[in-house]
Unconditional design. Structure first.
Length: 126
């Protein structure tokens, strides 16, 4: 599946459904109303766009539609990361990590996780 072009607003809707699905449009409105000041019609439009893009599926249940993601959050994040690194860093991850490190944006936990990941990668790829 190619990476769908998803706007920030659509991503907010998708995140709500990754947290709880299936959900009706009313439930999505309720989930988003805690941090967004969007009209119900706006959210329903965003749901429709995501269905059209093949990112959400739905099931009609009596007079309501239950929406659910068709792509896992991890899969979308992986495709988005690959695209980002490809565009900005020509596919090389080192400049991204060194950029974070030089800005003191990496915590000790981040460094420990990276070390553990690299050690595991070396173990599996030797």
């Amino acid at each position: 599946m190619s990476k769908p072009d998803i706007s920030n607003a659509e991503l907010d809707v998708l995140n709500a459904l990754w947290n709880k699905s299936p959900a009706t449009s009313s439930e999505v409105v309720e989930m988003l109303s805690t941090h967004k000041d969007w009209h119900e019609k706006t959210i329903k439009t965003l749901l429709g766009r995501l269905v059209k893009k093949g990112v959400l599926g739905y099931e009609k249940q009596q007079r309501q539609y239950l929406y659910y993601p068709l792509i896992a959050k991890q899969d979308y994040a992986a495709k988005e990361t690959e695209s980002f690194v490809g565009k900005l860093f020509k596919g090389k991850i080192t400049p991204l990590v060194t950029g974070f490190a030089s800005q003191n944006s990496l915590s000790k936990d981040d460094v420990d996780e990276l070390k553990a990941f690299i050690a595991k990668w070396e173990e599996n790829n030797d």
